[in-house]
Design a protein around this ligand. Structure first.
Ligand code: NDP
Ligand SMILES: O=C(O)C1=N[C@H](C(=O)O)C[C@H](O)C1
Length: 251
């Protein structure tokens, strides 16, 4: 597979190592230094583009891939409020987009377990939900895309909740705080913690006066994200439409 890497930082480089070891070829690497000079025809040699850049760059990179007629896998977080409009553009252009706030198999099984747990607890109506996510100090956005997906998944299964809110950021460095859509019902509170070099930890708890139910996912490294993004890229080639991890994993 010939791959264009849009974003060549921690994730782009990890994906490059895995792809080369698997016999794939990297035909284009885009970072902050060369991004302004990249044109759609520069992507033409690629079978697929893989995008891990910055929240404010993701939509422009998707439009670049669409203009080039190249399917694109997007892992960047912090832009997903624009997914409905972007999806319309992908469908109108008969393009292919695979997005995920988290590409690891473990987190996607975690989402499914969280949804089922919320469905089972919903009739009792007495459980308070909360989420805490912890990431490295270089992370630009808060809350994490994974925490937002988790909150939306749980809220959809609970009558007492709708949407989410960023209730606290614990960090020694400034974060771009993602704003939750206004919601009349109780939003799921998310606490974001930024420390050291943590690859990504997500903790969900359901609390009542008599007990607490907890689910936690801890990434040991970025390997699960990179392997999932490469699997999504292989799956996407030859398809048209907008897809995410449940399509790949049959969840
Ligand atoms: N969905 C998932 O499973 C995962 C998602 N992520 C998300 O992926 C994104 C990237 O993470 P990470 O690799 O750790 O971040 P890094 O900061 O390490 O890398 C970002 C890269 O994007 C480059 N860049 C900046 N602007 C542009 C642009 N306009 N076009 C192309 N490239 C650009 C940067 O260039 P330069 O180095 O020159 O500044 C850098 O190479 C984040 O949003 C993160 O939240 C991360 C892990 C897993
Ligand atoms: O920035 C990161 O590193 C990560 N970002 C994603 C997110 O925002 O959820 C996925 C993973 O947790 C790592």
């Amino acid at each position: 597979m010939k791959i264009a890497l849009l974003g060549y930082g921690k994730m782009g480089r990890f994906i490059e190592d895995l792809a080369l070891a698997a016999g794939d070829e990297i035909v284009l690497r885009v970072d902050e230094a060369n991004r302004a000079s990249v044109r759609p025809q520069d992507l033409a040699a690629a079978d697929v583009a893989i995008e891990f850049s910055r929240p404010e760059a993701a939509v422009g990179n998707i439009d670049l891939a669409l203009a080039a007629g190249v399917p694109i896998v997007v892992g960047t977080t912090g832009w997903l409020a624009q997914l409905p409009q972007v999806s319309e553009r992908v469908k109108a252009a008969e393009g292919a987009l695979f997005w995920a706030s988290n590409f690891s198999v473990g987190v996607n099984v975690f989402f499914a377990a969280a949804r089922r747990t919320a469905e089972l607890l919903n009739p009792y109506g007495t459980y308070q939900v909360s989420i805490e996510e912890t990431h490295h100090l270089q992370k630009l956005d808060a809350p994490s895309g994974t925490a937002i997906t988790l909150a939306e998944t749980v809220a959809a299964a609970l009558d007492a909740y709708a949407g989410w809110e960023l209730s606290e950021v614990k960090s020694s460095v400034p974060q771009t705080q993602i704003t939750a859509p206004a919601s009349p019902a109780t939003p799921v509170p998310i606490v974001s913690v930024r420390e050291d070099a943590v690859p990504g930890t997500h903790h969900l708890s359901f609390d009542s006066t008599v007990d607490r139910l907890e689910l936690r996912h801890t990434a040991h490294s970025r390997a699960g994200f990179a392997e999932g993004a490469l699997a999504a890229a292989r799956w996407l080639v030859g398809r048209r439409g907008v897809f995410s991890m449940p399509d790949l994993l049959n969840l």
